[in-house]
Design a protein around this ligand. Sequence first.
Ligand SMILES: C[C@@]1(CC(=O)O)c2cc3[nH]c(cc4nc(cc5[nH]c(cc(n2)[C@H]1CCC(=O)O)[C@@](C)(CC(=O)O)[C@@H]5CCC(=O)O)C(CC(=O)O)=C4CCC(=O)O)c(CCC(=O)O)c3CC(=O)O
Ligand SMILES: NC(=O)C1=CN([C@@H]2O[C@H](COP(=O)(O)OP(=O)(O)OC[C@H]3O[C@@H](n4cnc5c(N)ncnc54)[C@H](O)[C@@H]3O)[C@@H](O)[C@H]2O)C=CC1
Length: 188
Amino acid sequence: MSLAAFLELRGARAVVVGGGRVAARRARTLLDAGLVVHVIAPSVSQGLRDLPVTVEQRSYHAGDLAGAALVVAATDVDAVNDAVAAEARAAGVPVNHAGHAERGTLRFPAVMERDGVQIAVTTGRELPMLAQALAEATGPLLPDAAHLDAWSRRREAALNAAPDDRTAALAGLRDDIRAHLGLTGASA
Ligand SMILES: C[C@@]1(CC(=O)O)c2cc3[nH]c(cc4nc(cc5[nH]c(cc(n2)[C@H]1CCC(=O)O)[C@@](C)(CC(=O)O)[C@@H]5CCC(=O)O)C(CC(=O)O)=C4CCC(=O)O)c(CCC(=O)O)c3CC(=O)O
Ligand SMILES: NC(=O)C1=CN([C@@H]2O[C@H](COP(=O)(O)OP(=O)(O)OC[C@H]3O[C@@H](n4cnc5c(N)ncnc54)[C@H](O)[C@@H]3O)[C@@H](O)[C@H]2O)C=CC1
C-alpha cells in the first residue's frame, strides 16, 4: 500500500518536464493546489500556455530540477522521463512519471472536492477510468457547507463541554453524521 496523504504545497515550486496533454492536466492540478508551476519542453501546447505557468521552451537538462518541491516527468520519451525521475529521486523530491507510474514516487489520484472536503481515489495500478468512476460515485456523498459548518460548531461545543457531557455530545454528532451519509449501526 502507498502512503495516502494530502500535501500543503501552496507557493512551492513544481517543475513539469513536457508540454503536451498530460503535462497540461498535471499543471492544472498543481495550480489548483497553489503551486508555482514551471514548464520545460521544446514544444508547449496552447492549452498549457494559456495557464498561469512560466515556460522554458527547450529540452530538459540535468540540473533543471533545482529548487523544485515536486516534479512531473510528462514527456513522450521514456528515457527522458526516466532521467527526470532519477534526478528527482537523487534530490529527494517526489516525482510523477507519466509513462510508468511505478518508476516515479508519486501517483495522481482522481479527486472530488466540495467546500474543502476531498475524496481521492487511487487504484494502486493504472486504471484511471476506475479511479475516476469511483471518485465520481462518491461525489453525491459530499456534504454542503451548511452541514459542515453546523457539524464543526457542534464538535467545538462538545470539546468545550464538561467531561460528563462531552462523550455523549460527540457520540450524538457521530451518529448524526453517519445517518446523513446513509450509514446505520456502529462504525467499523
Ligand atoms: C498511473 C496514472 C498516472 C499517475 O498518477 O502516475 C495514470 C496513467 C494513465 N492514464 C492514461 C489515460 C488517461 N488518463 C486520464 C485521466 C486521468 N488519469 C489520472 C490518473 C492516472 N492516470 C494515474 C493512475 C490512477 C489510478 O488508476 O489510480 C487521473 C485520475 C488524475 C490525473 O491525471 O491527474 C485523471 C482523471 C482526471 C479527472 O478526474 O478529471 C485520461 C483522460 C480522461 O479519462 O478523461 C486518459 C485518456 C486520455 C489520455 O490519454 O490523456 C494512460 C494511457 C492509457 C489509458 O488510456 O489507460 C495512462 C498510462 C497507462 O495506463 O499506462
Ligand atoms: N499518466 C497519464 O494520465 C497518461 C500518460 N501518458 C504518457 O505520458 C506521455 C506524454 O503524453 P502526452 O502529454 O499526450 O504527449 P504529447 O505528445 O502531447 O507531449 C509530449 C511532450 O513532451 C515534450 N518533450 C519531448 N522531449 C522532451 C525533452 N527532451 N525535454 C522536455 N520535453 C520534451 C514535447 O515537447 C511535448 O511537449 C505519453 O507518452 C505516455 O507515456 C499518456 C496518456 C495518459
